[in-house]
Unconditional design. Structure first.
Length: 197
């Protein structure tokens, strides 16, 4: 399996991204030294795509598949793409506050700690649907790991499209998220322009 091993703060600097969007509290004091070159239109489009891939932890092929699927759906392609990325199981676990970062959420799903509607799911790219009940397995709820995570993420506000019960370590996906409730700093229209060439 391909793994992205680029240091997170270094990648955030190069993309002009605040590490808070990844669930990381650290800040880098280094400044990015770049010649004062104006970025081309293609460069801007590529950077937005790289930003989205980096935030959600997706490689190129799955990301392109999400774009193709979003393009076939009714409505605006960019909004559909962002909604699908938000509905991924690993992202839902992160948004519920059961993981400090999306990478940790992916690991929790991979290690078979998560159930969807009472059935174990260990596929991070599983797309949740409205009405799905996402929970940590009963046998894993007593782990010290989750007590530590909830201490850190307890103050995090979950989005409106998810209803969370942190004490029971479960939540419900109420609806498909709309673009205005997704707080990710990505211009999805540039991604659509890039792929539609």
């Amino acid at each position: 399996m391909a793994v992205n091993r680029v240091p997170i703060l270094k990648r955030c600097r190069s993309l002009g991204l605040d590490p808070v969007y990844l669930g990381i509290d650290k800040k880098s004091t280094r400044q990015l030294r770049r010649a004062n070159k104006k970025m081309s239109e293609y460069g801007l489009q590529l950077r937005e795509k790289q930003k989205a891939k980096f935030i959600y932890g997706i490689l190129e092929k799955p990301f392109r598949n999400y774009y193709k699927k979003a393009d076939r759906m009714s409505g605006q392609t960019g909004d559909n793409l962002m909604a699908m990325l938000e509905q991924r199981l690993d992202n839902v676990i992160f948004r519920m506050g059961f993981a400090r970062t999306r990478r940790e959420a992916r690991q929790i799903v991979d290690h078979k700690h998560v159930t969807v509607n009472g059935k174990q799911v260990n596929i991070p790219l599983y797309l949740t649907q409205p009405g799905d009940v996402v929970a940590i397995k009963e046998s894993k709820k007593e782990f010290k790991r989750y007590k530590d995570i909830l201490e850190v993420t307890g103050g995090r506000i979950s989005p409106k499209w998810i209803e969370v019960n942190q004490e029971a370590l479960q939540g419900i996906v109420k609806e498909v998220p709309t673009r205005d409730v997704i707080d990710v700093p990505v211009n999805e229209m540039l991604i659509v322009e890039l792929y539609s060439k």
